[in-house]
Write a protein that binds this ligand. Structure first.
Ligand code: ADP
Ligand code: MG
Length: 342
């Protein structure tokens, strides 16, 4: 339904989107997750035909978004970051205007507008000026204009940004309802958004794809590796190589250091409980084990892990290898430094 092949967008010397490829199947909800500046909006503007790509190809429902932009746009509903409302128009006037410019036949307009207003729950605001609407209603009217011409594909740029918790729940519900007859791509920089709404997630960072998976698999993968937090009084000795020698340990990184007492993150592989052997190693060396506790890895950690790892690696080859199983030692150390800088 949506096909993106090697799309790159450069603004002068800045590469905002760097060789992105993905597909979205009919009826799927795809989450586009990435920190601010990752290139989400740029990709969406290319997909909706508002911005030409520097390189690469994008198709919506089989139509090239640039070469066949009229056909592609007819099949696309777009909710930009800021809903494109005209403050001096009432909601109903605005929706009539959008229906007209989107080529909804005059005979269908009344019905289509009625349906869109009903689905997005804005009927009671029909005669209000757009300029006087609350953020939540502006967003809903934005969604109403996106679905008005009954497009096959919906592209929603941060649809819940700036909404209050109740409006967020309502918007998510609405998106889930729309999903049945539409293919949806939504962007967000917020993790719970994708785990609650999307079937598949593309994580992008600095214009590159760093992971593609289902929210469930991302969670499963992160449960696969375990991290322990240790605090050790080593009297100046460096315990890292000893700890790395413990069977099952994948990596050891310094978390904090003060007055000869240091904190470490010890990452181990799936199903390996390394606690006994780690504590034995520390005691056998004559060091003081001050603390040892498992660390829960959240989806946030995975996200940080993937995005910082990508920055450290600085290449798309490394990005393709990015897994949740832990970086190699070099990438891990650089990632930690980068994170403190930023
Ligand atoms: N019109 C523009 N001119 C120059 N740089 C831009 C322009 N639009 C976006 N950028 C830059 O491209 C990068 C990606 O931006 P954007 O796609 O808006 O990211 P996101 O939506 O993920 O926050 C950022 O570094 C941003 O500053
Ligand atoms: Mg954006």
């Amino acid at each position: 339904m949506v096909e993106v092949q090697h799309v790159t967008k450069r603004y002068g010397s800045l590469t905002a989107v760097d060789d992105i490829s993905f597909r979205v199947e009919r009826g799927e909800i795809l989450g586009f997750l990435g920190p601010n500046g990752a290139g989400k909006t740029t990709t969406m503007r290319i997909l909706t035909g508002y911005l030409p790509a520097t390189e690469g190809l994008a198709r919506v429902a089989g139509f090239d978004v640039f070469e066949q932009s009229v056909e592609a746009k007819r099949r696309t509903g777009y909710l930009p970051e800021t809903p494109p409302l005209y403050p001096e128009m009432t909601v109903i006037e605005y929706l009539r205007f959008v229906a007209r410019i989107n080529g909804v036949p005059a005979s269908d307009r009344q019905t289509q507008i009625g349906l869109a207003m009903e689905r997005t729950n804005v009927a009671d605001m029909a005669d209000r000026y757009c300029g006087t609407l609350s953020k939540g209603y502006r967003q809903r009217v934005g969604l109403a204009q996106a679905i008005l011409h009954n497009p096959e594909v919906l592209i929603l740029d941060e649809p819940t940004a700036g909404l209050d918790p109740r409006q967020i729940i309502e918007t998510r519900k609405l998106i889930a309802e729309l999903a049945g007859d539409h293919t949806i791509i939504l962007s967000t920089h917020i993790l719970p958004e994708v785990s609650q709404t999307c079937q598949r997630v593309i994580i992008i960072n600095r214009g590159r794809v760093v992971a593609v998976d289902t929210p469930g698999n991302l969670t499963a993968r992160l449960q696969g590796s375990q991290t322990l937090y240790l605090q050790v009084d080593t009297q100046g000795a460096d315990p890292i190589s000893s700890l790395e020698g413990v069977a099952g340990v994948v990596s050891v990184t310094v978390a904090a250091q003060q007055d000869g007492v240091a904190g470490y993150h010890v990452e181990s592989g799936s199903g390996d409980d390394v606690r006994r052997e780690v504590s034995r190693t520390i005691v056998a060396n004559g060091w003081g084990l001050l603390e040892l506790r498992p660390q829960q890895m959240s989806l946030e950690d995975v996200f940080l892990h993937l995005t910082t790892e990508d920055e450290a690696a600085g290449g798309s080859e490394a990005a393709e290898d990015a897994t949740l199983d832990g970086p190699d030692e070099d990438a891990g150390e650089t990632a930690t430094e980068e994170r403190t800088d930023g």
